[in-house]
Design a protein around this ligand. Structure first.
Ligand SMILES: C[S@@+](CC[C@H](N)C(=O)[O-])C[C@H]1O[C@@H](n2cnc3c(N)ncnc32)[C@H](O)[C@@H]1O
Length: 264
């Protein structure tokens, strides 16, 4: 058995992630990034490190699942976006600008684009830009292609699938151009300290910072605060929270769904 196969066997047993459910290239990229951070030169050395350092199991698990996302992940959050946030923005503003930070393979940003598109049938005069950014160039490439397996669309109802996706013979679904054109994908590192734009109406940054240190999380909260217009919406992941030091920057809007608004 070669070093990579033997490492995968240990990952399946110890990390309980079935590597064969993922593309080999994806697993390799994630392990290579852990190898860089642990200063191990090859799969064999990394395997030894993994067996000797139990804390690496969690770090590797996080590295392997980091791009996980789907359309309308946490549907109840998207319900609030659809029923309350987008209509509020459309009423108050001639243009709506939203930043999806840490968009991974694009599902979250396209979900918002679908809701925006449906809203625009009522507000034809509103201009919309959705910036979708991620540090991972490979994930962004997939996002721009906009082709997904059926599984990614579990939370999308049939009517929306027919309206907003092209169904391909190989069983995949491609986002239609009228949705694609609402989203601008860009590579961007959230640690850079530079926002993608300013005076934004909403920022979503969900399930991205869970593995960031508290200090980095606080820097990021300041960054989003500076990127948003006053009263702009800040939507974080269902398991995320703001640290005490930065709580004053935002006021609660929907506590259950983790939606905040920029304080004046
Ligand atoms: C689990 S996905 C979240 C996807 C989506 N927001 C969701 O909630 O379904 C986390 C994403 O954060 C991205 N990410 C991690 N560190 C980042 C950084 N420093 N700058 C930008 N994106 C980052 C990862 O590449 C990954 O695609």
């Amino acid at each position: 058995m070669d070093a990579f196969m033997s490492l995968q066997k240990s990952i399946e047993k110890l990390v309980r992630i079935k590597c064969s459910n993922y593309k080999e290239d994806y697993i390799k990229r994630r392990i290579l990034s852990r190898m860089r951070l642990t200063n191990t030169e090859d799969f064999e050395a990394y395997h030894k490190y993994l067996l000797e350092n139990p804390q690496e199991l969690d770090l590797l698990r996080n590295a392997l699942t980091i791009n996980v996302t789907k359309f309308f992940r946490d549907p109840e959050v998207f319900d609030v976006i659809r029923r309350e946030i987008l209509p509020d923005l459309a009423r108050r503003r001639g243009s709506i600008r939203i930043w999806c930070a840490g968009c991974a393979t694009g599902e979250e940003s396209y979900s918002i684009a679908i809701l925006v598109y449906e809203l625009l049938t009522l507000h034809k005069d509103v201009n919309v830009t959705i910036y979708a950014t991620d540090i991972d160039a490979v994930a962004l490439q997939k996002a721009m292609t906009g082709i997904y397996d059926r599984k990614a669309l579990d939370n999308v109802d049939e009517k929306r699938i027919r309206k907003h996706f092209i169904s391909h013979d190989d069983g995949t679904f491609e986002v239609r151009p009228h949705i694609k054109e609402l989203v601008k994908f860009r590579q961007h590192d959230l640690m850079s300290g530079i926002p993608i734009a300013r005076y934004l109406d909403a920022v979503t940054c969900r399930n991205v910072t869970i593995y960031f240190t508290e200090k980095q999380k606080n820097h990021l909260t300041h960054l989003f605060h500076s990127a948003l217009a006053v009263d702009g919406y800040y939507i974080i992941g269902k398991t995320e929270y703001l640290a005490r030091d930065v709580e004053h920057l935002f006021k609660p809007y929907n506590v259950m769904q983790k939606i905040l608004r920029k304080a004046a």
